[in-house]
Design a protein around this ligand. Structure first.
Ligand SMILES: Nc1ncnc2c1ncn2[C@@H]1O[C@H](COP(=O)(O)OP(=O)(O)OP(=O)(O)O)[C@@H](O)[C@H]1O
Ligand SMILES: O=P(O)(O)OC[C@H]1O[C@H](OP(=O)(O)OP(=O)(O)O)[C@H](O)[C@@H]1O
Length: 220
């Protein structure tokens, strides 16, 4: 059990948001925690899922979808995750910094032959999709898939899908049409609301540095 073992516990997703997320945190931590003599723990390809030494900063390596939960329940004090995942999770966490990396969008996508009403929609984002449809007064069956969601539109499993688009290469390659952008997503730094108060000496300066870095990115 790790409760109370570390000065600060951070939740990081493995996969495509890891590299930029780790780099942003590492740079910010270097300045923010200089006086405390703390830094981000190094981590490589080893199989351990908790990185860091007792009394110092720890990183928990999580699947993307689990990051908001770990932060909301306070197992991690803060974390890095895509806005798309946050929207799906519905978790109430403090979201102080847009890191401006990992851009993608959640879009409604259809096969060009499908022009009628949407009766069935497939997605990896069922909560988000249900919310959007409800807000618009639309009624549709929502089917949750684990991946390769475009196949549902190609095979007729569903007459629309809600999925991530980044470059648009995948939908183009499959002859699909991005009908509407429903939400934009970038990587966010999220914080447990109680930890923000209890560990403000470490979290406030970190947030401040992350904001400065993000601003610098925005200015090009
Ligand atoms: N083109 C893209 N396709 C998928 N995700 C993208 C894309 N561009 C940015 N992202 C971001 O990366 C995240 C997905 O990362 P990744 O593909 O590593 O995880 P995953 O395989 O979906 O989930 P898990 O963590 O369970 O392995 C998304 O939640 C989103 O925030
Ligand atoms: O617009 P693009 O730049 O082509 O990116 C979008 C595609 O990338 C992601 O899939 P990924 O390869 O991560 O596989 P997944 O379906 O398992 O998430 C996403 O689900 C889209 O299929």
């Amino acid at each position: 059990m790790i409760r109370g073992k570390y000065a600060l516990t951070l939740a990081l997703p493995k996969g495509r948001n890891l590299k930029d997320g780790y780099a942003a945190l590492q740079r910010a931590a270097l300045e923010a925690w200089h006086a405390e003599g703390l830094e981000l723990p190094p981590f490589g390809a080893e199989r351990a899922l908790i990185h860091g030494e007792e009394g110092r900063v720890a990183i928990l390596e999580l699947r993307n979808a689990d990051v908001p939960l770990y932060v909301d329940l306070g197992i991690a004090d803060a974390g890095v995750v895509g806005k798309d995942v946050l929207l799906e999770s519905g978790r109430d966490v403090y979201e102080p910094v847009d890191l401006r990396t990992g851009y993608c969008r959640l879009s409604l996508i259809r096969h060009p032959d499908n022009t009628g009403p949407i009766r069935r929609v497939a997605t990896k984002y069922p909560n988000f999709t249900a919310r959007v449809f409800r807000e618009r007064g639309l009624v549709a069956d929502i089917i949750e898939l684990a991946g390769n969601v475009e196949l549902a539109a190609l095979t007729g499993l569903a007459d629309a899908i809600v999925d991530l688009v980044s470059t648009g290469a995948t939908i183009r390659a499959n002859g699909l049409v991005e009908v509407e952008v429903l939400a934009h997503s970038t990587t966010r730094f999220i914080v447990n609301r109680q930890a923000l108060k209890l560990k403000s000496d470490l979290l406030r300066p970190l947030i401040e540095r992350l904001r400065q870095q993000s601003q610098a990115l925005a200015e090009g």
